[in-house]
Write a protein that binds this ligand. Structure first.
Ligand SMILES: [Mn+2]
Length: 342
């Protein structure tokens, strides 16, 4: 599958080295509030770039880049693997998503066919995976701890799930760092339930939780929602950019943009795409977005808004096929490419 040309190119890059530098523990690392000066008296904020400089090089990085192009000290983009599937309600397996997307990324062509350029030279660092927690609350805490220093240092964080509930602490971290933000959701499902299976942090509640952070959301690809969501969130339902809207309104991208503010967080549930394009997901819904429609939308959003961070969730590998994780790896590199157009 990998082209000979690309293999030669990657082999020509300097060999990777020093995989032991730094230690990172999402469970018990001191927080900014507990970091102390040398006198041990006055709490000070940690410098996020100092925290980043301590990050280790994982053995497998996104795009299989050499050290100088995946160095956390110089990278502009950061990939955070979040293999959490604690509240999954149907088919399980999204916990394998991040590692399989990273494995598939080795086969992604570094030259973008649409934009006619390469987009990895600014540096793409891969963070160690966030160990899945036993409770949603602990998972949220670990994700916030992993995301905060990256986002506060002004880097672009791209998180790979895992189930959709991981987006909440990431949107929150982005809002804390950037102020007023809006959220673009690509998804088959509205995810506007207040509580699902006794949890407010279920994957089925993620956009309801996001509404508590920002009222500005654009929901694209939605084709499955409940009576409860229809009745509780009429404004959001009225604004859905459904696949029927996409196929009937040539101005669907402008409609989507009009729902967004200047700063945007993007969350892509892979089931927003049609199952023929992305079959590997827990709840595939017929009648979804096509790859090219998604690319057209994302390119315009990156060109006309400031996208501050993003995630790709709900990839559920279906071996022996690698179709969905390869698509997700292509999508992740597309986001990195589009982010450099502005
Ligand atoms: Mn979904």
């Amino acid at each position: 599958m990998a082209s000979r040309c690309k293999t030669t190119q990657r082999q020509a890059m300097a060999p990777r080295k020093d995989h032991s530098r730094g230690r990172l523990c999402y469970e018990d690392k001191p927080t900014a509030e507990t970091a102390m000066t040398r006198t041990g008296e006055t709490p000070v904020s940690r410098d996020p770039s100092e925290e980043i400089a301590m990050l280790p090089f994982p053995e497998n990085n996104f795009l299989n880049l050499p050290d100088e192009l995946s160095d956390p000290r110089t990278a502009r983009f950061f990939i955070l693997p979040a293999p959490y599937e604690g509240t999954v309600s149907y088919a399980t397996g999204t916990g394998d998503g991040p590692s399989q997307i990273i494995a598939a990324s080795e086969q992604v062509e570094l030259f973008d066919d649409e934009l006619k350029a390469e987009f990895f030279q600014c540096g793409v660092a891969t963070l160690p995976p966030v160990p899945p927690a036993d409770t949603p609350e602990e998972e949220m805490r670990r994700l916030a701890k992993a995301a905060d220093p990256i986002i506060q240092a002004g880097k672009f964080l791209l998180t790979l799930g895992g189930e959709h509930s991981i987006s909440y602490p990431l949107v929150k971290a982005a809002a804390q760092a950037h102020g007023e933000i809006s959220v673009l959701q690509i998804d088959a499902h509205a995810d506007l339930r207040d509580v699902y299976k006794d949890s407010r942090h279920s994957h089925a509640c993620i956009m309801r939780r996001v509404l508590e952070i920002t009222p500005r959301i654009a929901q694209v690809g939605i084709r499955n929602f409940s009576k409860e969501e229809f009745e509780a969130c009429p404004q959001q339902v009225a604004n859905f950019i459904t696949p029927r809207v996409i196929r009937s309104d040539p101005k669907w991208i402008e409609r989507t943009l009009s729902l967004l503010g200047e700063k945007v967080y993007i969350t892509v549930d892979i089931d927003g795409l049609d199952p023929s394009e992305a079959p590997g997901t827990g709840t595939p819904e017929p009648g979804g977005l096509r790859w090219l429609e998604l690319c057209d939308l994302l390119r315009r959003v990156f060109a006309e808004r400031q996208v501050v961070s993003a995630d790709i969730v709900e990839v559920r590998p279906l071996p022996p096929s690698n179709q969905t994780e390869f698509l997700a790896a292509r999508l992740a590199y597309k986001l990195i490419a589009y982010a450099q157009l502005r």
